[in-house]
Write a protein that binds this ligand. Structure first.
Ligand SMILES: *[C@@H]1O[C@H](CO)[C@@H](O)[C@H](O)[C@H]1NC(C)=O
Ligand SMILES: *[C@@H]1O[C@H](CO)[C@@H](O)[C@H](O)[C@H]1NC(C)=O
Length: 344
């Protein structure tokens, strides 16, 4: 998915101080148009999707959508042509987006981010379907997407980390089976990953399919817990060149001693790259790991994986806006946004 378009944005974004650019349109990241969503009717909108639908296509201004506390029972899609949107709750326990859908991974998703330069803050994103089928809470497709202090909750396939570069900071991610999966290049920092599997679950199913793909998941200063001792793998290869590293991470006894699964395909033992660096806790005992996984013993070996440069974060991770203004576009509903899922 990374294209000429993406490299152009990369070059332009990296030049100005905190400015950002999409297709040559300069975006002031310190300033945002403010839209409020409030179920009580005191905001601009009562539904989150209505606020997103009001944002003009190819918006050249940052848009900060503040969502007041409440349980929002709706599917939310941020379409590909609406970059620079932030969805922010007050705190993740009080602003909850929930839906219940299953089987088709994208159609079942509660929140889908197709746009680039998206930020999510202080939200719970839940798929309440429960056990028995794929039921995605959050799908992330767009490039340069970041989530802060969010909770992603489901059972099977919670976080579909599909493509491009993503940053997850201080998030809580819960599930049982392959619950962080996809072919993105992602950095998880200070996240709490909680498994609800009773046996043989897997935290990750990363999908890198060739040696040329620059994708993979890196977890740094995270915490891994689960409901039962020796019940969950660190990862298994959805794609043969699957790449996952955990560093400076606490692992409870929920982690299986062998650590990693080859998903019954011995070839992946040679093609995957599964590593651990300075992890601790009773689930982190490296002597019991499968021989084909990597204990990264030196800082040099670990360095490519353990900072935001893994996702070129130094070029695009942005601070919260400091100034807000009223929208110059009309606050009206332009459709449900769901048609943008067609074709995926
Ligand atoms: C979250 O927000 C709600 C509503 O504003 C508040 O009552 C609650 O104390 C907050 N919780 C935390 C952990 O800040
Ligand atoms: C386990 O980790 C320790 C410290 O990180 C290291 O010294 C040791 O060599 C590792 N053992 C194996 C078998 O990799």
């Amino acid at each position: 998915m990374r294209s000429v378009y993406a490299s152009l944005v990369f070059v332009l974004v990296s030049v100005p101080l905190m400015g950002g650019t999409t297709l040559g349109v300069s975006v002031d990241t310190s300033l945002a148009v403010l839209i409020t969503v409030d179920q009580s009717g005191k905001g601009d909108f009562q539904r989150i999707q209505d606020a997103i639908d009001a944002v003009p296509s190819f918006n050249s201004e940052q848009v900060f959508i503040l969502i007041k506390p409440g349980i929002y029972r709706e599917r939310v899609v941020v379409p590909e042509d609406k970059p620079w949107i932030t969805l922010s709750g007050t705190n993740a326990t009080s602003t909850i987006i929930t839906w219940s859908g299953a089987w088709d991974t994208l159609e079942s998703t509660t929140v889908s981010i197709l746009a680039p330069d998206f930020v999510g803050r202080h939200l719970t994103i839940q798929n309440a379907y429960g056990a028995g089928a794929q039921a995605v809470a959050l799908s992330v497709f767009g490039d340069r997407v970041a989530f802060y202090a969010c909770r992603m909750i489901s059972y099977q396939d919670t976080l579909f980390d599909i493509s491009e570069r993503h940053y997850y900071s201080n998030c809580y991610i819960e599930g049982a089976t392959d619950f962080i999966f996809g072919n993105a290049l992602s950095f998880f920092e200070k996240c709490h990953i909680h498994s609800t599997s009773k046996s043989g679950g897997a935290i990750t199913a990363q999908k890198r399919s060739s040696v040329d793909e620059n994708t993979g998941f890196s977890f740094v200063s995270c915490k891994l817990t689960g409901v039962k001792s020796k019940s969950v793998f660190l990862g298994r290869p959805w794609g043969p060149y699957s790449r996952v590293v955990y560093a400076d991470t606490y692992m409870s006894n929920a982690i299986l001693p062998q650590g990693w699964s080859d998903w019954n395909n011995a070839i992946t033992q040679r093609t995957s790259f599964y590593g651990e660096y300075k992890c601790y806790g009773s689930g982190a005992r490296n002597t019991t790991r499968v021989k084909w996984s990597h204990q990264l013993l030196t800082l040099d070996e670990a360095t490519p994986f353990i900072t935001q440069t893994w996702i070129n974060g130094q070029d695009w991770i942005r601070s919260n806006p400091t100034h807000f203004k009223k929208p110059s576009f009309p606050l009206k509903n332009e459709g449900d946004g769901l048609e943008s899922l067609d074709g995926y």
